[in-house]
Write a protein that binds this ligand. Structure first.
Ligand code: ADP
Ligand code: MG
Length: 680
C-alpha cells in the first residue's frame, strides 16, 4: 500500500494532467491518496420504492419503464430540456432533464432502469428533475458519493477510485499486525478499502469504517506518543521557593481566588521533587491567564531559570512583552522580545544575550522555534492561546532545554480524552472566575436590514469617546460572498463613517504596518478598527466597547466568543453585534446560543452539540494532523481501543529494527508529514 503513494494519479486510466490538477485541489496527488479518499456518504439503490409510495420531498430509488423517448429541445434561455414519463405497476412519475442533449440516446423507450433522485410535486403529478439512472442489469446497489470540487463530479471521482483500487496488489500488506486485528475484530486492509468505496450491503459499511478509523487513530496515537510532545517525567529544573507573595505586591490589583489557586498549583508542581510540570491552565477570555503566567515565570526567574512565552501572533507577543516588562523590568528582570519583523541586527542581539544567559524572560511567536534560538538554561516553556500551536512546535521548544517545565494556557476547554492524547498525562487548573467588576457583554444578532441602525449605535459610542471593532471573515471580498476587510473599510470610509478615523488590520500586512495600526488603536487614534480575526487572540484595549462581526455565520462559536472577549475589558458597558443573513436554522440557532450566554465553557459545549466536533477538534485548533475518517469526539470507544493497542505494541514500534511495525511506521510518517511534524 505504501508504495502506491509514490504513483501519481495520472497513471490511472482516464486521468490526464488536466483532471489531475482538479484532484490536487482535493489534496489527492497519488494513487494511495485517492484510495484513502473515502466517500462522504452513499446513495442506497438497493431499496426500491414503489412509485405509488414515492412521497414528494423524499429522495428515493424507483424502478420503472421509460414510456417514450425523452427528445431534448432547446428551451428559452438556450438550455436543453427533455421530458419523459416512467411507470411501474403501481404508478408513474414524470422526469425532466436539463442540459443533457444526449438523453434520448441514454434512455430507451420501453426499457426498464433504476432512477434515483428527489421526488417533487408538479402540476402534472409527481416529478424527478435530473435523476440519476442505471441499467437494472449492472446496477451497483450502493453508490459512493464523494466530496467534490468544481469541474470534478462524484461520478468522475468514483471512476478514478475504481482505477486506483484495481492497482492494489492481490494481497495488500496490512500495517496493523495480525494479532491486533484479531484482538479487536478488525477487517483486513484490502477488504476494508474495497468495502468503504463499494459496499454491497449497508451493514458492511460500519465494519469497514471501524477498521479504518481504528487504523487512523492508532497511527495518530503512535505518532503522538513517540514524539517528545510533552515534558520528560523527570527534570533537573528544581525550584526551592515560591515567590508568588512577592509578585503579588507588584500588582495594581489583587489576584482572584481562582488565579491564586492556578498559580499555587503550578508552583507546587515545580517545587515538587524532580518531576517536570505538565499543566494546562484553562480560563475563559478575560479571566487573567497572563498574570498566572507572569507569576509562575517570576518564581522561576527568582530561582535562576528562564521563561519562554510563546504567543501566536506578533501583536499578542508584543502585548505580553509590554505587560511583563512594565511589571518586571523595574525590579531588574531582563525581559526580551523575539518576533519575525525585527531586523537581523536586533535579532542577533537578543540571540547572543540569550545564549550567554543574560535574558530572564523571552517572549516571542513561532519564531522562537527556529534553530538559531539557543537557550543557555531553559527552565519553563509557557504557551499561550495554544490552539494555534502545533504539537510539533511544542516538541521543538521543549527540546531546547534539558527537560523544562511546561505550562499551557488555553481559553478553549478541551475534553479530557483529547487533552490526554495531545499533552500526555497532564494536570489541569481551571480559572472559573473573572476579575471583579467585569461586565457581561450584551450580544445581538441582526440582519443586513438593521446595519444602518447598528452603525448609528457605533457612532453614539464613539461620540462618548469609545472605540469599536468591525471584524470581517476575509481580507478580500470573495465570490462565495465573504466580506473582505479592505473593501469594507474603503466603503465605510467613503460612506457611513466618512467623518471618523477608520483603521484596517489583517494578516497579510507587513508586521511593522500591523504594529503601527495596532499601536494607533491602543493610543486611541483610531475610532473603528476593521480587521480579520488577527485580533481574535488576547488583544487588550479596555476602551473598546463594541465588537461588530460581519458574516457571523462563517465563524465557529468558540471563535466568536473569543472575538467578543476583546470588548467588555474596561469599566464601560460593552456590546457584541453579530451580523448575518444566513437563512438556515442551524446558523441561527448557533448564533442565538451566543446571544444567550457569556460562559465560554457552555459555548464550547454548544459548539460541539450544534456543529459537531469538526472544527472544534480540528487540526487548526490543536495542531493535530488532519484526520480523514476518524472523529476524535465521536469515536471515543475506538480511540480507547487504539490507545490500549498502542500501549501494547509501543516497545516494538519504537524499536526500528522490528519489521512487524514497518507498515505502521510508514503510515505515521505519512500522517504527520502532512503537517510537517518531525518525529524522533
Ligand atoms: P486572558 O488572557 O485570560 O483572556 P488577561 O490575562 O489578558 O486575560 O487579563 C484580562 C485583563 O484583566 C487584563 O487587562 C489584566 O490586566 C486584567 N486582570 C487580570 N487579573 C486581574 C485581577 N485579579 N483583577 C483585576 N484585573 C485583572
Ligand atoms: Mg490571554
Amino acid at each position: 500500500m505504501a508504495s502506491l503513494y509514490e504513483i501519481p494519479i495520472e497513471k490511472i486510466n482516464g486521468i490526464g494532467s488536466k483532471r489531475a490538477r482538479l484532484f490536487e485541489k482535493l489534496g489527492i496527488v497519488s494513487v494511495g491518496d485517492l484510495i484513502r479518499y473515502y466517500p462522504r456518504t452513499y446513495e442506497n439503490w438497493s431499496v426500491v420504492t414503489d412509485m405509488a409510495n414515492a412521497e414528494p420531498g423524499a429522495v428515493c430509488c424507483v424502478r420503472g419503464e421509460v414510456e417514450y423517448s425523452p427528445a431534448a429541445r432547446v428551451a428559452s434561455g438556450g438550455r436543453w430540456i427533455a421530458t419523459t414519463r416512467i411507470s411501474d405497476s403501481t404508478g408513474f412519475i414524470n422526469l425532466t432533464f436539463f442540459n443533457n442533449p444526449y438523453i434520448s440516446t441514454m434512455l430507451r423507450s420501453g426499457k426498464e432502469y433504476l432512477f434515483y433522485g428527489k421526488v417533487s410535486e408538479s402540476p402534472g403529478g409527481r416529478e424527478m428533475v435530473n435523476p440519476q439512472f442505471q441499467d437494472t442489469g449492472k446496477a451497483i446497489p450502493i453508490k459512493p458519493i464523494y466530496g467534490q470540487v468544481a469541474g470534478l463530479s462524484s461520478k468522475q471521482i468514483e471512476s478514478g477510485v475504481r482505477g486506483a483500487l484495481a492497482m492494489l496488489p492481490e494481497t495488500v500488506k496490512d500495517p496493523i499486525p495480525d494479532d491486533i486485528r484479531e484482538k479487536y475484530g478488525l477487517l483486513g486492509l484490502k477488504e476494508a478499502l474495497l468495502t468503504i468505496h463499494f459496499p454491497s450491503r449497508t451493514e458492511d459499511i460500519e465494519n469497514a469504517r471501524r477498521r479504518l478509523i481504528f487504523e487512523e487513530l492508532l497511527v495518530l496515537v503512535l505518532g503522538l506518543s513517540s514524539m517528545k510532545n510533552m515534558p520528560d517525567k523527570l527534570t533537573s529544573v528544581t525550584i526551592k521557593k515560591s515567590y508568588t507573595d512577592e509578585f503579588v505586591k507588584l500588582l495594581p490589583f489583587s489576584l482572584t481566588r481562582a488565579q491564586r489557586k492556578a498559580i499555587d498549583d503550578c508552583t507546587a508542581d515545580i517545587l515538587a521533587n524532580g518531576r517536570a510540570m505538565n499543566r494546562l491552565v484553562q480560563g475563559d477570555v478575560g479571566s487573567g491567564k497572563t498574570m498566572v503566567a507572569a507569576a509562575v515565570a517570576y518564581t522561576c526567574i527568582k530561582n535562576g531559570f528562564f521563561f519562554n512565552d510563546t504567543a501566536t501572533t506578533e501583536i499578542l507577543a508584543r502585548q505580553h512583552y509590554e505587560n511583563f516588562s512594565e511589571l518586571l523590568t523595574p525590579i531588574g528582570v531582563n525581559v526580551r522580545l523575539l518576533v519575525g519583523s525585527m531586523t537581523a541586527k536586533q535579532k542577533r542581539e537578543v540571540l547572543s544575550e540569550l545564549k550567554s544567559g543574560e535574558v530572564d524572560i523571552l517572549v516571542g511567536t513561532h519564531s522562537l522555534i527556529s534553530d538559531d534560538v539557543v537557550f543557555s538554561d531553559l527552565g519553563i516553556v509557557i504557551t499561550d492561546e495554544q490552539h494555534r500551536f502545533g504539537v510539533r512546535q511544542r516538541a521543538t521548544l521543549l527540546a531546547k532545554g534539558a527537560s523544562p517545565h511546561l505550562l499551557v494556557m488555553s481559553a478553549t476547554p478541551i475534553p479530557r480524552t483529547l487533552a490526554l492524547m495531545i499533552y500526555g498525562d497532564l494536570d489541569i487548573s481551571i480559572i472559573d472566575e473573572l476579575p471583579p467588576g467585569r461586565q457581561t457583554v450584551d450580544t445581538f444578532l441582526i440582519d443586513d436590514t438593521k446595519r444602518q441602525r447598528a452603525y448609528n449605535f457605533l457612532k453614539k459610542n464613539i461620540g462618548e469617546g469609545r472605540q469599536c471593532y468591525i471584524v470581517c471573515p476575509a481580507v478580500e471580498n470573495s465570490e462565495t460572498g465573504l466580506i473582505g476587510v479592505e473593501e469594507y473599510a474603503a466603503d465605510i470610509r467613503k460612506n457611513a463613517f466618512a467623518d471618523y478615523r477608520v483603521g484596517v488590520l489583517h494578516g497579510k500586512m507587513r508586521p511593522a504596518d500591523k504594529d503601527l495600526v495596532m499601536n494607533d488603536f491602543i493610543a486611541g487614534n483610531i475610532d473603528i478598527l476593521v480587521s480579520t480575526t488577527v485580533i481574535e487572540v488576547g488583544v487588550d484595549v479596555p476602551n473598546s466597547t463594541i465588537m461588530m462581526i460581519e458574516n457571523a455565520e462563517r465563524f465557529g462559536l468558540s471563535q466568536l466568543h473569543q472575538l467578543r472577549g476583546r470588548v467588555g475589558r474596561g469599566r464601560f458597558k460593552s456590546y457584541c453585534i453579530l451580523v448575518s443573513d444566513a437563512k438556515g436554522d442551524d446558523a441561527n440557532r448557533r448564533l442565538k446560543a451566543l446571544c444567550s450566554t457569556n460562559d465560554g465553557f457552555k459555548i464550547a459545549d454548544e459548539d460541539l452539540k450544534l456543529r459537531g466536533p469538526g472544527d472544534f477538534f480540528g487540526s487548526r485548533q490543536h495542531g493535530l494532523p488532519e484526520l480523514k475518517i476518524a472523529d476524535l469526539a465521536e469515536n471515543i470507544d475506538v480511540l480507547r481501543d487504539a490507545q490500549s493497542a498502542a500501549k501494547d505494541i509501543m516497545d516494538g514500534y519504537i524499536d526500528s529494527s522490528d519489521p512487524t511495525y514497518r507498515g505502521l511506521r510508514a503510515e505515521v510518517r505519512l500522517l504527520f508529514d502532512n503537517v510537517g511534524t518531525q518525529l524522533n
